[in-house]
Design a protein around this ligand. Structure first.
Ligand code: GLV
Ligand code: MN
Ligand code: MN
Length: 449
């Protein structure tokens, strides 16, 4: 992998983000996908997600920057005024995701995308030329809340999507092909979303911490050193449905009772056996889900996390053994599908230093820290050096409607992102205005401005 050569110096007049524009956009997009429980529900490729994507594209249009949607549904935004010289076609990507979990907060992912748009717009307005092209990305379906492939868009761009079923479906049975087409993607053209080897010079992601460390430590900025690995497994527990009152207890094959044992087995993998850092079943669906009928089938989704890949593999293997025991003891069948295995990733030393320099120049307090949440950055780390910037989460909570960050911290994080992007993309000092030539298109679709 190539090394990052970040410039220590900023241009003579360092650009500043437009704080009120960023906060306005965060407020506006938070109204898209509002649910009845006071949160935001915008699973990837849902109607709400498509509305949020349309919002971003419209903001890019009114900002007079170029945008396109690739075959995987990633939205890519770039200044239309960047000079084609003197850079090669190597690119700094900055971004995150717009999709959410069910009943989410307003910042997870969305903050990083809107801050990335703000950086692109600020660079364009300042007419600031950089040696590297700078592209803002809204990666599609990072959470995998509906379509069971987390990091969908970043994996597509990095060329590491696993082989897909012929007709991939979401948890509700809807076809990915149709949902992706509505988002402007094209399942049949997925290979065109892969960026050529070496074309991504670096990736930077700004994100809310989603935990309590920065708040407790009184720091405004976290510099991520490593990102957790994550394995997502789907279990299909199949028993026999029947009447709750007339079917004798002896000989039942109750899928929901067996699923309860599976859930406890998953929990115990981390909490008792400590084979990985966390293990969670956060999603369950019983059939027919009727109070006076024995459940015939139950589907569960488990999420295992650790920063060591060998520990994740050991945890998965142990879980398989325990599920075999549950199946034997209860008479049900348990089918396991590994939906996604995402490796842990370290961030790049030079990018950490560039973030630290920006933080220091802005007079902000920072600390080095790991990320217990997964991020598109860990996927980009398979093809390029990556850096991640965290801002504090109030009360340390995330994936809940209460998720929030103080406006001042949101603004500081975006300033750090801008300065770091300028360092990494290497601002070019010049006397005259650049030619307004758009850079060549990557990945096979057309930039619109
Ligand atoms: C991504 O949001 C995760 O679950 O870590
Ligand atoms: Mn999340
Ligand atoms: Mn996120």
């Amino acid at each position: 992998m190539t090394r990052v050569a970040a410039s220590a110096a900023l241009p003579r007049i360092a650009p500043e983000i437009d704080a009120s524009r960023l906060l306005r956009r965060l407020d506006e997009i938070a109204e898209i996908g509002r649910d009845a429980n006071g949160g935001i529900t915008r699973p990837g490729f849902s109607v709400a997600d498509i509305a949020a994507r349309a919002y971003l594209l419209e903001e890019a249009r009114t900002a007079h920057v170029s945008s396109r949607v690739d075959a995987a549904g990633n939205i890519l935004i770039q200044s239309a005024r960047e000079s084609a010289e003197p850079s090669s076609d190597r690119t700094l990507i900055i971004g995150s995701h717009l999709d959410t979990v069910v009943n989410a907060g307003r910042l997870d992912g969305t903050y990083g995308v809107l801050a990335a748009l703000e950086v692109i717009q600020t660079l364009a307005e300042a007419d600031l030329e950089t040696e590297l092209a700078v592209v803002a990305a809204a990666f599609a379906n990072e959470e995998g809340a509906l379509f069971p492939q987390p990091f969908w868009g970043s994996k597509a761009l990095a060329g590491c999507l696993p082989e897909l079923p012929a007709d991939p479906r979401d948890h509700d049975g809807a076809a990915l092909r149709d949902a992706l087409a509505l988002a402007g993607g094209d399942l049949a053209a997925l290979p065109s979303a892969v960026w050529p080897a070496g074309s991504v010079a670096a990736y930077l992601e700004l994100h809310v911490e989603q935990g309590p460390v920065l708040e407790r430590g009184g720091k405004q900025i976290g510099i991520v050193d490593g990102i957790t690995g994550r394995t997502v497994l789907t279990f299909q527990v199949t028993g026999a449905s029947g009447h709750a009152g007339t079917t004798p207890m002896a000989g039942r094959r109750d899928a929901l009772a067996a699923a309860a044992r599976v859930i406890l087995a998953v929990e115990g993998i981390a909490s008792e056996q400590q084979l990985c850092r966390t293990s969670t079943v956060g999603w369950a669906a019983a059939q027919p889900n009727s109070p006076n009928t024995i459940a015939g089938t139950v589907r569960l989704i488990a999420d295992l996390r650790d920063t060591a890949p060998e520990r994740l593999a050991a945890a998965e293997a142990q879980l398989h053994r325990q599920l075999g025991e549950v199946a034997r003891a209860t008479g049900v069948e348990i089918r396991v599908v590994a939906e996604s295995r995402s490796a842990p990733a370290d961030t790049d030393l030079a990018l950490r230093a560039a973030i630290a320099d920006s933080t220091r120049q802005l007079g902000l307090a920072c600390q080095l820290m790991p990320s217990g949440a997964g991020h598109d950055a860990q996927i980009l780390a398979t093809i390029a050096p990556v850096g991640m910037i965290f801002v504090p989460s109030i009360g340390g909570v995330s994936h809940v409607p209460e998720e929030d960050t103080a406006p001042g911290d949101l603004i500081s994080g975006a300033q750090v992102l801008l300065r770091t992007a300028v360092r990494v993309a290497r601002a070019v000092e010049r006397e005259t205005a650049p030619a307004s030539t758009a850079r060549p298109v990557k990945g096979g679709s057309t930039w619109k401005s």
